[in-house]
Design a protein around this ligand. Structure first.
Ligand SMILES: Nc1ncnc2c1ncn2[C@@H]1O[C@H](COP(=O)(O)OP(=O)(O)OP(=O)(O)O)[C@@H](O)[C@H]1O
Ligand SMILES: [Mg+2]
Length: 227
């Protein structure tokens, strides 16, 4: 039997935002497919629709038209509850601004996505500890975000994205707030995750960062730029 390697498939996706009475066409017919173990970077000028596309691919937002399939099911057919489950269990997110809970320790931030899974407390802590150790933050477990460097915070965010063993990881400008040396360290982590079989889609302005990926999708004015 032929193995199905597709994680998600977006067909002719359009997204229109209303800014007052003005319609903003953020995406004008984008078709992309993501397969298991893909390493894709999305590039393009500011306002070209990169974040909008990632929000749709990660089921954070829905398209105005077009079809989006996640794990071979049309996303528009999922209930809100199913979508929340997909985001929690199947999708990992990493943002430019880290988006950690400021008053929680690294360990608690990483364990947070396990809250919804009915996992026992001891197991949650062990799982979060394992991932923090793996990502080189074993000695920062009990630090809060303001007691860590930007690179450390981003590694905590990556650990949090990984804790539920997601099918796919989306990262929107993950190195955008980091100096180039720290950014390179974060990219080494992503490279290793892909070597281990993970699937990563990352948005970046930086050609050096994008060159880590095996496939580059360029957006221009809400369209894929094949030139
Ligand atoms: N919630 C919103 N309401 C109205 N317009 C929006 C909204 N979100 C995005 N847009 C518009 O949609 C277009 C695409 O935005 P998007 O954030 O996807 O761009 P981007 O490529 O991620 O840009 P950047 O590199 O600056 O992050 C822009 O014109 C933006 O102003
Ligand atoms: Mg953006």
């Amino acid at each position: 039997m032929k193995e199905n390697n597709s994680i998600c498939r977006a067909v002719d996706i359009r997204k229109t935002y209303m800014r007052g009475k003005v319609a903003v066409e953020a995406l004008c017919g984008v078709t992309v497919q993501i397969q298991r173990n893909d390493y894709i970077s999305i590039m393009g000028p500011s306002g070209s629709g990169k974040s909008t596309l990632v929000h749709i691919l990660s089921c954070l937002d829905s398209p105005t038209s077009g079809e989006y399939y996640f794990e071979d099911r049309l996303v528009s057919k999922y209930t809100d509850q199913e979508l929340a489950q997909i985001r929690n269990k199947y999708v990992g997110f990493v943002f430019q601004s880290f988006s950690l809970l400021p008053r929680s320790t690294a360990l608690d931030n990483v364990a947070l996505p396990l809250m919804y899974g009915g996992v026992r407390k001891k197991e949650k802590i062990e799982k979060a500890q394992d991932i923090l150790n793996k990502i080189g933050l074993g000695d920062r477990m009990h630090h809060r975000p303001n007691e860590m460097s930007g690179g450390e915070c981003q590694r905590v965010a990556i650990a949090r994205a990984l804790v539920n063993d997601p099918r796919i990881i989306f990262a929107d400008e993950p190195t955008g707030n980091l100096d180039s040396v720290t950014g390179a360290e974060i990219m080494e982590i992503f490279d290793k995750l892909v070597e281990e079989g993970n699937t990563i889609v990352l948005v970046t302005h930086d050609a050096n960062v994008a060159s880590h990926a095996t496939k580059i999708v360029k957006l221009k004015d809400g369209r894929i730029d094949d030139a």
